[in-house]
Write a protein that binds this ligand. Structure first.
Ligand code: AMP
Length: 281
C-alpha cells in the first residue's frame, strides 16, 4: 500500500491508474468495522481502492472534540494493508487548508436541519473537504455510511447539483453486538456512559417495531422515543426527528418508501447519532 501525504505526490500516483475504476472512502481514521465494510465493498467493486484519513478541522465547531478526536495511524495502516487497499492519502492540515484558504462549498438547505441545527458549520466543512478530495482522487465510486445519513444525503445532493462524474454508494450501519452503532467516538464512553448510549439504538428499534405494527403517526412515535430516552438522566436529547429521506422535511405520517428516523443525544460530553430509514438514500 502506498501512503501519500502531498497533493503533488498523490497526483503523480493517480496518473498510474488512468484506465482503471477507482473506489474511494474518505474517513477521519481510527478505523472500525463500519469503515472496513465500506472498504471491502469498494475492493469488490473497483480495480483500485483509495482511502483518505484526515481529521478535518473545518467540520468541527468551536469547543467540539477536534483536538481530542482519536488518532491511531499505525493500527489504521495495518487494517488497510490487510484489506488490500492500494493507496492511503494522509494529508496534513496545512496541505488541505493553506493559510489563506477561503473557498467553501455548501448545500444550503439540507445542511441547516437535524445535526445542522446544533452544528451550524459542520456540513459546510464536510462538503468542502469531500469536494476537494473528489477533485484530487477522481473516483468512479465513493462509499459512505448510513450511520451519517444526513451527510450521505447532502453529499449526493452536492454531486447532483455540481454534476460531479461519480456514483455515491451508501452502506448500512454496522453495529456492535449490543446494538450500539460503531463510531470512533464510542471510545470516549465510560462503562456507565455506554449503558446509557445503548438506549439510543433501543428506542430506534422500538420505533421501527411500532411502525411495522402499523403506527404511522410521527408525533406519537417521536414522543414515545423521547419519553423512553428521558428515563435515563444522563442522556441529553439534541433531537429526535422523522423527516423525508429525499428533502429532510418533517413528516406527519410515516412514508414507507421515503422516511428517515434520526436522533442525536449527548451522554456526558460525547455526542452520539443513530437512525433508521424506510426506503433508500
Ligand atoms: P468518519 O471516519 O467518522 O468520518 O466516517 C467515515 C465513513 O464511515 C463515513 O461515510 C461514515 O458514515 C462511515 N461510518 C462510520 N461509522 C459507521 C458505521 N457504524 N456503519 C457504517 N458506516 C459507518
Amino acid at each position: 500500500m502506498r501512503i501519500i501525504k502531498t497533493i503533488s505526490g498523490f497526483r503523480t500516483e493517480r496518473k498510474k491508474y488512468a484506465n482503471q475504476t477507482i473506489g474511494f472512502i474518505p474517513t477521519m481514521g481510527y478505523l472500525h468495522q463500519g469503515h472496513l465494510c465500506l472498504i471491502d465493498q469498494s475492493i469488490k467493486e473497483n480495480d483500485i481502492t483509495i482511502v483518505s484519513i484526515f481529521v478535518n478541522p473545518a467540520q468541527f465547531g468551536p469547543g467540539e472534540d477536534f483536538n481530542r478526536y482519536p488518532r491511531d495511524l499505525k493500527t489504521d495502516t495495518k487494517h488497510l494493508k490487510q484489506r488490500g487497499v492500494d493507496v492511503l492519502f494522509f494529508p496534513e492540515n496545512k496541505t488541505m487548508y493553506r493559510d489563506d484558504f477561503s473557498t467553501y462549498v455548501e448545500v444550503t438547505d439540507l445542511g441547516k436541519v437535524l445535526c445542522g441545527k446544533s452544528r451550524p458549520t459542520h456540513f459546510r466543512g464536510v462538503t468542502t473537504v469531500v469536494l476537494k478530495l473528489f477533485n484530487l482522487v477522481q473516483p468512479s465510486m465513493a462509499y459512505f455510511g448510513q450511520k451519517d445519513a444526513q451527510q450521505a444525503i447532502i453529499i449526493k445532493k452536492m454531486v447532483r447539483d455540481l454534476d460531479l462524474d461519480l456514483h455515491i454508494r451508501v452502506m448500512p450501519i454496522v453495529r456492535d453486538e449490543d446494538g450500539l452503532a460503531l463510531s470512533s467516538r464510542n471510545r470516549y464512553l465510560s462503562a456507565s456512559d455506554r449503558r446509557s448510549a445503548l438506549l439510543l439504538s433501543k428506542v430506534l428499534e422500538m420505533a421501527k417495531k411500532l411502525i411495522s405494527d402499523g403506527q404511522k403517526d410521527c408525533s406519537y412515535l417521536i414522543e414515545t422515543m423521547r419519553n423512553n430516552l428521558k428515563a435515563d438522566s444522563s442522556i441529553v436529547i439534541d433531537y429526535i426527528e422523522i423527516v423525508s429521506l429525499s428533502h429532510l422535511r418533517k413528516l406527519e405520517k410515516i412514508n414507507p418508501k421515503n422516511t428517515l428516523v434520526a436522533a442525536a443525544i449527548k451522554v456526558g460530553t460525547t455526542r452520539l447519532i443513530d437512525n433508521f430509514i424506510l426506503g433508500e438514500i
